[in-house]
Write a protein that binds this ligand. Structure first.
Ligand code: GLN
Length: 454
């Protein structure tokens, strides 16, 4: 299937940056043998999976969609990858992404964009457009994504797949090349809510190699998905976030959203409107905290330790090599954020920008806490629009950032969220996503309500 539809940088889906045909077939053969012997390692033993190219894979290239890591082969597996392998899931390869996970369209990949399987002139979302497109185009039944501000959920929404951002700390970040450490979280991309529950249970759980890993079991996600699938939500209180709709939200998206809300009411849920006033500042807050963290994280790509090294002519100093390498190796969006973050963290400005953003971040968490005293979950459309045209927002960073309006609050608060398909928008026939947000460690609620909509 990958050979038939994936194409390359110029045509086809281009979900993959690297396909490990030989490795995946060998892993599949070993799995067949275990199954024939009646000793599978796990219920998902043998189910192939695609992994976003931001997670390290021993022996397989890992580029983060960047030229600066071209040719780098990590010597170790991310914990998520190690757990997949230990359960017998063949790793198909690495999926395309916006460079260092910065973007909402996968157009910032240094290796060419991924195309939306529903309409190849459209974006597949981002930054994890490769993982979502691989699943939507039936190139992979499962994929792993990462979500720092929406990069699992928004691609899920615009490709008609299920995408989950688990509670911060519920899935190990060891081997996840950091965009913004306090926001990043790996999670499942699948076609059904139950698949996602199985996958999160497999990759999640405490990991001593990640100091932010939560050492506390979550309620069963698979049970929650099965319970939701009965279609009965009697007693569940659902809050519609009033700040996450209105002006600028595509009418066809709002219509499908409303239809899903009506379905939840029919399933017995109680629906109320909830206001989270600080959410309108989430985007501004995110675009200080994220650049601050990433400007510091990306300092390690210094031409000495990893990947690319550009040596200018003459007798260059170490600094000349560093400058030439970073100039050639990083794309525009990455440079934009490094500049923004370095500025926000500079002495004299630190309190005014970074410090202030941290305070607003606390207010956003408090809005969630207040809301979750009244309701069990919050809901909204996952993204304000369906998939836009390739190139449409590429030269307008602010317009691109606005696509993450509804997904970013959960990252700032560390709480879980899921995007489930909600049908197609009437005006363009493209998929719409329905987002469900829950309190920290209550990921099961996302699965229960999500499964009730399938
Ligand atoms: N689109 C958002 C950004 O550009 C989110 C990225 C992400 O979740 N990795 O930062």
């Amino acid at each position: 299937r990958i050979a038939a539809v994936d194409g390359d940088a110029t045509s086809g889906i281009h979900a993959f940056l690297h396909v490990d045909t030989e490795g995946a077939l060998a892993q599949a053969a070993a799995s067949d043998e275990r199954r024939a012997g009646g000793t599978p390692l796990h219920p998902l033993d043998g189910v192939p999976i695609a992994v976003k190219d931001v997670l390290t894979t021993k022996g397989l290239p890992t580029t983060c969609g960047s030229k600066i890591l071209e040719g780098w082969v990590p010597p170790y597996d991310a914990t998520v990858v190690r757990r997949l392998k230990a359960a017998g899931l063949p790793i198909l390869g690495k999926t395309n992404m916006d460079e260092f996970a910065m973007g909402s369209s996968t157009e910032h990949s240094a290796y060419g964009p991924t195309r939306n399987p529903w309409d190849q002139t459209r974006i597949p979302g981002g930054s994890g457009g490769g993982s979502a497109a691989a699943v939507a185009s039936f190139e992979a039944p499962f994929a792993i994504g990462t979500d720092t501000g929406g990069s699992i959920r928004q691609p899920g929404a615009v490709t008609g797949t299920v995408g989950v951002k688990p509670t911060y700390g519920a899935v190990s970040r060891y081997g996840l090349i950091a965009l913004a450490n306090s926001l990043d979280q790996a999670g499942p991309v699948t076609r059904t809510v139950l698949d996602a529950a199985l996958l999160q249970e497999l990759i999640g759980g405490h990991d001593p190699l990640d100091s932010t890993s939560v050492d506390q079991p979550l309620p069963s996600l698979v049970d929650a998905a099965r319970q939701g699938a009965t279609g009965d939500l009697t007693g569940v209180r659902i809050g519609v976030v009033s700040e996450m709709s209105g002006e600028g939200w595509q009418p066809g998206v709002m219509a499908r959203f409303q239809e899903s809300v009506d379905l939840l009411v029919k399933a017995g849920a109680e629906v109320v409107e909830v206001s989270c006033p600080s959410f309108v500042h989430a985007l501004a807050t995110y675009y200080l905290i994220l650049p601050a963290e990433c400007s510091s994280n990306l300092a390690k790509f210094d031409a000495m330790r990893y990947g690319l090294r550009v040596v200018p002519d003459g007798n260059p100093s170490a600094e000349d090599v560093m400058r030439a390498t970073r100039d050639a190796g990083f794309g525009d969006e990455v440079k934009r954020r490094i500049i923004l973050g370095t500025y926000a963290l500079s002495s004299g400005y630190y309190d005014a920008y970074y410090g202030q953003a941290q305070k607003v971040r606390t207010l956003i968490s408090r809005d969630f806490e207040a809301a979750f005293e009244r309701v069990d979950v919050l809901v909204s459309p996952t993204a304000p629009t369906t998939a836009f045209e390739l190139g449409e927002k590429l030269d307008d960073p602010l317009a691109m950032y606005l696509n993450d309006l509804a997904t970013i609050p959960a990252n700032l608060a560390g709480t879980p969220g899921i995007s489930v398909p909600a049908g197609l928008a009437e005006e363009d026939g493209l998929p719409v996503g329905f987002q469900i947000l829950a309190p920290a460690l209550a990921d099961d609620r996302c699965y229960r309500v999500g499964a009730a909509l399938e």
